[in-house]
Design a protein around this ligand. Structure first.
Ligand SMILES: [Zn+2]
Length: 233
C-alpha cells in the first residue's frame, strides 16, 4: 500500500520513492505527495524523474487494490519496478485546490444546510445545498470573509468509532455523517467553525484562503441551490 505522505503534511511538494508496480500508464510508488482524485478534489499533476528519464504526470487516482497510481503522459517513457523516482507536484495548482477546499468548509459552515454534492477545481468550485430559501450572496460573502480574516487554525484528527459513540454531540454538529465500521475516522477541524469527516488536503489556517468571491447561485430543482465560489488574487 502507498504511504500517503500528504495525509500527514499537505504542504509537502516533492518526495523520492520506489516504483512498486506499473499498470498501463499508471505508476505506483511506495510513498507519494500526490493526492488521488476523491471527495470532489481532482488528482494532482506534476512530474516524475529517475536517472534514465522523466515524464509529466497528468492525473493521480486510486488503483483497484487501493494503491495510488501516477498517470504518465502518453508517449513519455515509463520507469521500471524497483527504480527510485523523484516526484514533484504542480504546487501552484494543488495550493489553489487547498485554498478552494478549505473555502468550501467555510461555505458549508456559513450555509448550515445539508450538502448534496460538490466539486473543486483550481478555477472555480461549487457546493450543492439541500435548501429552498434564496441565497443572500452579500451576507454569505461577508461571513466567509470574516472567517478568513479571523485566521482560525485548521487541523486533522483521527477519532475511533468508540470515541464518536461516546461523544454524540460531535456527530450532531456535522452536516456529513462520518463513515462507521472502519475503526477510525479522519476529521477535519476548523477550530470553532467546522468539524467534518474529510480526507482532502487543507490549509493550516483560514487566513491562507485569501480573497474569495461568491459566483453564480444556480437553482437546480426546488430543493437544491448550487453555490459557486472563485478565488481572487
Ligand atoms: Zn475537507
Amino acid at each position: 500500500m502507498t504511504d500517503e505522505l500528504f495525509r500527514r503534511d499537505s504542504y509537502l511538494k516533492a518526495c523520492d520513492g520506489e516504483v512498486t508496480a506499473v499498470e498501463g500508464r499508471g505508476v505506483a510508488v511506495d510513498r507519494t505527495v500526490f493526492y488521488p482524485l476523491g471527495g470532489g478534489q481532482p488528482g494532482d499533476t506534476g512530474s516524475m524523474s529517475w536517472p534514465a528519464g522523466s515524464a509529466r504526470i497528468t492525473d493521480t487516482r486510486y488503483g483497484k487494490s487501493g494503491e495510488i497510481l501516477h498517470f504518465v503522459a502518453d508517449g513519455s517513457p515509463l520507469p521500471t519496478v524497483g527504480e527510485t523516482v523523484h516526484l514533484e507536484l504542480d504546487w501552484d495548482r494543488r495550493y489553489r485546490h487547498m485554498r478552494m477546499h478549505t473555502a468550501m468548509h467555510l461555505l458549508g459552515a456559513v450555509l448550515r444546510y445539508g450538502v448534496t454534492g460538490g466539486n473543486i477545481s483550481a478555477e472555480k468550485s461549487r457546493l450543492d445545498f439541500d435548501m429552498e430559501d434564496p441565497v443572500d450572496k452579500e451576507a454569505v460573502a461577508l461571513q466567509m470573509q470574516a472567517l478568513v480574516a479571523a485566521d482560525h487554525p485548521v487541523r486533522c484528527r483521527w477519532v475511533s468509532d468508540a470515541e464518536l459513540d461516546a461523544n454524540p454531540q460531535l456527530v450532531r454538529t456535522m452536516s456529513v455523517q462520518p463513515p462507521r465500521g472502519k475503526g477510525d475516522v479522519r476529521l477535519l477541524e476548523i477550530e470553532g467553525v467546522d468539524l467534518q469527516p474529510c480526507g482532502g488536503t487543507h490549509l493550516k489556517s483560514t487566513a491562507e484562503v485569501g480573497k474569495v468571491r461568491i459566483g453564480k447561485v444556480e437553482k437546480k430543482g426546488r430543493r437544491n441551490r448550487r453555490v459557486n465560489i472563485h478565488l481572487d488574487d
